[in-house]
Design a protein around this ligand. Structure first.
Ligand SMILES: O=c1[nH]c(=O)c2nc[nH]c2[nH]1
Length: 451
């Protein structure tokens, strides 16, 4: 009997699906049949040999099933839990200074240019397209202090179909760049305008995130106001924490009454289960415990941590202390806008710790795969919608062809799915990502522009 009361099915795929669950870092579903409904949600996950029964139950024709080849698999879309969209214009350059000098020499002068909406449109279109093509289905973006340009980033993410958290950056002190400053009142008022205007657009996949840049850029007064705005509107919060030692010492000087850097955010009600803090290389165990207790998460950004010589986060310790953790490219402190690079640098960082201490429990590629997908969704408190293949979640997925023509992987023989995944994570690039879906909509290859 045909399915009448369910949402209609829009796609059915048959082949290998690979994802992470809470229990299993890499779960492989061979010859799976996955149906996606017209609302973009996973409608069913079954075995290929149940095609007839599933097609009757869900009311689709077996002829409509898309069959993957033996070198292909679907995996969940990757989640970039920390990326500065506004810094994309200089990605791949300017990696020769430590954090605080890097910010004043390169970052603030470039970010100040986003007052110009034409410039903002160009850079934001590029970064959204590039990250989507690289398989980032969800991005947690820092924009700049400019409200209209930040709204434009939300509009562009919506147009291209990327799931995004977008933050108008707040900073009311410690910036020597003349045209890149706001008063406490401006920062607070413009944050409210940003939130109201972005929410009014009713973009289905784009949400505002309250964004104090980091404690050294914000007065206690501003941090307090931002904490209240986030609380009153149940919003996400993002910032940076304990990236570099000089920064940690500066926070001690600026907030002598606080017990630690993390405590500064706690004091101003900025640690919630919707908070994500980037870096955390120099956090103490006590600070990690505070993150766990408040439900706040970390975004591990190893490319940037290496490039700016900031530090090496001990991810094993973070996981042992049960703090939620995702991965971030941190463009442009990180030079690559690909989450595959974040995966590789995460493995490198873990191996650096093992070189220093042979007893260190090195992360496996399976664990890092989980961090790039399910871990990121948990870090952003979006795991009820995305992160793995579960009936009822949105279908955010990458169709990977390990043997795609022109791509940088040579297969000598047919391989097990787990080997295909490992090869893709270590050797692959966007040429292996043949299709990207967000909430069931195919967003890569890009639709032809309408003339
Ligand atoms: O890597 C970083 N990039 C930034 O833009 C930034 N701002 C504060 N702290 C930061 N760290």
């Amino acid at each position: 009997m045909a399915n009448t009361d369910r949402t209609a099915i829009s796609h059915v795929f048959r082949g290998t699906f690979i994802h992470a669950t809470q229990k299993t870092a890499v779960q492989i579903l061979e010859d799976a049949l996955v149906g996606v409904d017209t609302e973009g949600k996973v409608a069913f996950i079954g075995k290929g040999d149940k095609l007839d029964t599933l097609s009757r139950t869900f009311g689709f024709s077996p002829r409509e099933v898309t069959q993957l080849t033996q070198h292909e698999f679907f995996m969940p879309g990757m989640i970039d839990s920390h990326i500065h969209a506004s810094q994309y214009s200089y990605a791949g350059t300017a990696l020769d200074l430590p954090l605080l000098q890097w910010l004043s020499t390169y970052t603030f002068p470039v970010e100040s240019r986003f007052k110009d909406l034409e410039f903002a449109k160009k850079v934001y279109t590029q970064v959204v397209k590039r990250t989507l093509r690289n398989g980032t289905t969800t991005a947690c973006y820092f924009a700049t202090i400019h409200t209209d340009a930040s709204l434009l980033l939300g509009q562009i993410a919506n147009e291209f179909g990327q799931r995004a958290l977008v933050g108008k950056v707040c900073m009311d002190r410690n910036n020597s760049v003349k045209h890149y400053r706001e008063t406490t009142q401006e920062s607070q008022e413009e944050t409210c305008r940003f939130i109201v205007e972005l929410l009014n657009k009713k973009y289905p996949l784009v949400k505002p995130v309250v964004t104090p840049r980091f404690a050294p850029s914000c007065t206690g007064a501003l941090l307090g106001q931002l904490g209240s705005i986030a609380k009153n509107n149940h919003l996400h919060i993002q910032s940076h924490v304990s990236e570099n030692i000089e920064e940690v010492n500066l926070v001690k000087e600026l907030f002598p009454e606080s017990e630690s850097y993390t405590d500064v955010y706690h004091k101003y009600n900025l640690l919630t289960d919707k908070t994500v803090l980037a870096h955390g290389c120099h956090l103490t165990d006590k600070e990690l415990d505070l993150l766990r207790e408040t439900g706040a998460s970390l975004s591990h950004c190893p490319s940037s941590n290496f490039s700016l010589c900031s530090g090496v986060l001990n991810v094993r310790n973070v996981l042992n202390r049960k703090v939620k953790l995702g991965l971030g490219t941190d463009v442009a402190g990180g030079y690559s806008a690909s989450m595959l690079d974040a995966v590789r640098r995460t493995l490198d960082a873990s191996k650096v710790l093992t070189i220093q201490d042979p007893d260190h429990d090195t992360l496996t590629f399976e664990e890092v795969f989980r961090l790039a997908t399910l871990g990121g969704s948990q870090a952003l408190s979006l795991d009820d919608q995305t992160g793995n293949f579960v009936v009822g979640k949105d279908f955010d997925a990458l169709r990977v062809n390990v043997a795609a023509p022109g791509a940088p992987i040579d297969l000598i023989q047919s391989e097990e799915p787990k080997i295909l995944l490992e090869k893709f994570l270590n050797l692959g690039d966007d040429r292996n990502i043949v299709e990207v879906f967000v909430a069931g909509r195919r967003v890569v290859p890009f639709a032809e522009p309408v003339e």
